[in-house]
Ligand binder design. Structure first.
Ligand code: DQA
Length: 151
């Protein structure tokens, strides 16, 4: 199974950026932890981070026919972008939305997510664990599909 992990704007500054909210660990730490988590599970990971909405749209389109799932933290674009959820829908690739912080208990403008409707699940406020839980959602989905095909 091939999963694409997309991180949106300012997440390249993890570790430096508002550590009281997002923690001290870096994006490289996240990628390393996820690779370790997926080791031996027959999961191939691709990572992409961009500060640009169009680049994220391009990357989702580029994954069509190649990736089995997308784990996406659209960061601030969560609350503003229609193009990103449109790209997810258009791609037909199942996606799980992840947020490090609990967007439901922060500023009111963070409570709106345009991405959620295009995703099969949302995990918010679980920091790095949330990305691992997203991997587990795809593993379970694959397991259920395999089970259904053997019946
Ligand atoms: C975030 C939450 C967003 O509101 C914010 O703009 C981010 C990060 C999170 O992971 O908690 O950049 O998506």
């Amino acid at each position: 199974m091939k999963l694409l992990v997309i991180n949106g704007p300012n997440l390249n500054l993890l570790g430096i950026r508002e550590p009281e909210i997002y923690g001290n660990k870096t994006l490289a730490d996240l990628e390393r932890e996820l690779r370790e988590y997926c080791a031996g599970k027959d999961i191939e990971l691709e990572f992409f981070q961009s500060n640009h909405e169009g680049a994220i749209v391009d990357r989702i389109q580029e994954a069509m026919g190649r990736c089995d799932g997308i784990i996406i933290n659209p960061a601030a674009y969560t609350h503003t972008s229609i193009a990103i959820p449109d790209a997810i829908r258009a791609s037909g690739i199942p996606a799980v939305e992840v947020h490090l912080s609990d967007i439901g208990s922060r500023e009111s403008y963070r409570r709106i997510s345009y991405t959620t409707d295009a995703c099969v699940a949302v995990i918010s406020g679980r920091h790095f664990e949330g990305y691992k839980e997203a991997v587990d959602i795809f593993r379970k989905k694959l397991y259920n599909e395999l089970l259904a095909n053997t019946k």
